[in-house]
Structure formats: C-alpha cells, structure tokens
Design a protein around this ligand. Sequence first.
Ligand code: SF4
Length: 240
Amino acid sequence: MTKPLNTLQLQLEYSERDPEAILELAFNTFENIAISFSGAEDVVLIELATRVTDNISVFTLDTGRLHPETYRFIDQVREHYGIEIEVLAPDPAELEPFVKTKGFFSFYQDGHQECCGIRKVAPLRRKLSQLDAWITGQRKDQSPNTRAHIPVIEQDLSFGSQENPLYKFNPLANWRSAQVWETIHEYDVPFNELHRKGFVSIGCEPCTRPVLPNQHERAGRWWWEEATQKECGLHASNSK
Ligand code: SF4
C-alpha cells in the first residue's frame, strides 16, 4: 500500500513552484506513476518529465472516435521521444451492447456522460487501479466552471480511496495556454495538426469543433451542452 502523503502541506509548499519542481516531487515520491496523455499540455509534460527522470510511463485513451490527426500525433510523440505509449481501449463487453442499442451518436440526444463513461472513464479506472499516482496536464484556465481551483497535488478520491490511495499531480495547473505554446515552440515539441485548423481543446471527432477567435477553448467541446457539464469524467473531482 502507498504511504499516505500530506497533500495539503505539499500543496502549500508547491502551489507556486514551477512544473519541473512538481514533476521532480512526483517522480521522486512514486515509482509506480504514469502520465496521462492526450493533448498539447500532455506533450509538454512529457518534454519536461524527460528532464527530471528516465522512468517515463505514458498512457492514452483510444475511444475509437478520435480524429485521424490525433492518431498520427500519438505516433509522432512516440517516435519523437523514443517512448512506449500504452493505448487503452473500451471494454467490448460494455461498448458493443451500448452501440447496438443506442448507435454511434446518442450523446447528441441524451448527453455525453454515458458514452464517455464507457469509452473513457472505465478504461481509465482500470488503468488507475494499477497505479499509485498519475500526472495530468490540466490547467485552471481551461475551464472557469470546473477547473478554476485544481491544486498542483491532490489525493484522487474519485479513482482511488482512503484504503488504496491514489495521488494526482497537475504540474501545469497555474500555466496559461500561452505558456504551453511557448514551450512547444521553444523546444520544437510535436503537436496535433488540428491546432492549425482552429481546434484548441481536442477530444473525440464527433464532440470537438474549432473555436472562433476569442471564444473560450472549451467552447468547442460538447457545444450542445451546458458549460458546467464540460468534463468527461476523467477529472470527476473537478465537478464536485
Ligand atoms: S467525447 Fe464524445 S465520442 Fe468521445 S467518449 Fe465522450 S461522448 Fe463519446
């Protein structure tokens, strides 16, 4: 069992530290730790993590509904860093009956939670049950409604428990989008080619669209739903 961490104390100590310091804390504290990868922030995490550890373990969720550009991006990252990326797929025992009864686009009628639950949350839960800690690229300003208060370190009680603690590091919590992109350009980090086509926050193909100038980045996700619902369940604690 993982030794409990005093996350409140660590949050106080690290809340203003730079992402490398938070990554160093994460990798020095946990061996059984992985980076959750999907977008621009996450590739920056990988870039920064290569500076503090050789123990880089990365996973991503293949919902089966991603853009072709996103699959190419995942492979580009794999090749650029010479790393393995574990690709997690939905459980066919859950997915097949869902698609059989509700088809491919039920989320436009009854919301994205059920589909995200099967295609994203369940595979993530399986993966996190094997880890002591995970690292995400969440930023506070990605979503004023759900992410404004995310700490740089927290105990993840959505996917872990008091008995089997799971810790979550959000090293980029205080960064703004511009800092992510400065790092991408400065270090020539690969990025999803959809960003060149007006996409900012990129998820599954049917649930993501480009945003207009000055629109908030999450406006292109699940645009038919209320802003307060724009989380897929991967960061369930943000919505509590
Ligand atoms: S983002 Fe859309 S397609 Fe992807 S898992 Fe969620 S509801 Fe399904």
